[in-house]
Design a protein around this ligand. Sequence first.
Ligand code: NAP
Ligand code: MG
Length: 478
Amino acid sequence: MKETRNFIGGQWISAKDESIAVYNPANPEELVAVLQNSSTEEVNLAVEAAVAAKEKWGFTSGPDRAKCLEQAASLFEKYADELAELATKEMGKRLAETKGEVYRSAAILRYFAGEGFRKSGELLPSADPTNLFFAKRVPVGVVAVIAPWNFPLAIPVWKMAPALVYGNTVVFKPALEASATGARIVEIFSEAGFPPGTINLVIGRGSRIGDAIVDHKQVDAITFTGSNEVGSEIAKKAAARGAKYQLELGGKNPAIVLKDADIDLAARLVVEGAMKQSGQRCTATSRVFVEKEILSAFQEKVLAEIQSIQVGDGMNPEVTMGPVVSKRQFNSILRYIETGKREGRLLTGGKACEGLDGWYIEPTVFDRVRSDAVIAKEEIFGPVLAIIESASLDKAIQEANDSIYGLSASIFTNDLSKALYFIDRIEAGMIQVNGETGGAEPQAPFGGMKQSSSGTREQGQAAVEFFTAYKTVSIRSH
Ligand code: NAP
Ligand code: MG
């Protein structure tokens, strides 16, 4: 068990109020961590510390900031086993998945370390040829990082790495269910040499301290990943006081399987897309549109894939699907499954796993689902897949696009022209051909269309747009 404190101005500090206990979702009797229940008071201290550190860090050179990111990358690798174990015990996903996230975090840190050496502006031609005319990128200032629990390592890192390398200071609020992991990340950043005050951690309930962060006048920008419900409130508040904001929100990601596809590949990757991390990925496959000629063959293969899934404690290497994160999430998913039983035909799964003590749900598949059913419209964030029969590619695209979301989408086909047709018409920010709907790489822009994002993008060269501001400068030379 770990006692986890706030990190403010380089000091580990306890909040005034009583602490919050968190338990292992694979074994709800096992206490994993005791967390701070911060209030506005601690938020204010963290923002003050970030403000105090902002000038010095802002004037630290790119190559010097890069050294800290490089060092953090090496430390992530050094502590890979311990970090993965903590994340698995805290939020339940499999050790192989959390280990993957540790290495992905190291890759993100290395990519953004490189940014410390790249150009930080543009030289421009001026109407007056004697002018020296340039646009210089500068830090935005204090950035609030509000993260979800489903990628307890990678999401905080992919927000903090660009924030820091471009010279901002950070106030980080992890999701409650990922706070012990969040605290360990901050400890590693501190060991890597980031000066006191550049990264500040406030642990607590979003419902209690979220507003204090988002409304704080000295928070210049907010980068948020989480639910649409919380995200849209953040957008309103940030816009009202002119703060910059970036939102990565939910998804209801479709896959389309055409009759010419490699059906084995499609079944394997649709099931992986739906069930990986127990379906708790914003990019999880949750609707699959299948051409009617291959529907029964596809279903048979999907069932065979599901049969091979072994549900259990993510610490056990034989297990291929862990529990869901919390009792709340568990109950919410089971409610959707009951709705699904009224809306479609249950093919497999459909209940909590018998004989297991934690928050375990059977991988669940429905067919005969209409595209306007609740389970085909709302984000479930659990191991539930809806199969929808489709008469044609056009019909499938039209129904796939009939969603408030537009995060990721995939198509399975061996016909290049159909794949290109799909790419042009599908409303999604992340597109896969013969791949599962999930997946991101640090060098590529990540984000969704429609209500899946604020229209901004994270990662890759896109990150510089959010984490810097431009100063356009004209100098009369003679
Ligand atoms: P969530 O409930 O919206 O929480 C996200 C973060 O916001 C947490 O740190 C939460 O703190 C905090 N928060 C809660 N209320 C707040 C408030 N009033 N003001 C400010 N912050 C507040 O989302 P979640 O349950 O952690 O994550 C699941 C959702 O995230 C899903 O909808 C999923 O699709 C989405 N997601 C999107 C992406 C993407 O890149 N598009 C990636 C991953 C997940 P507490 O934990 O203390 O409540
Ligand atoms: Mg939440």
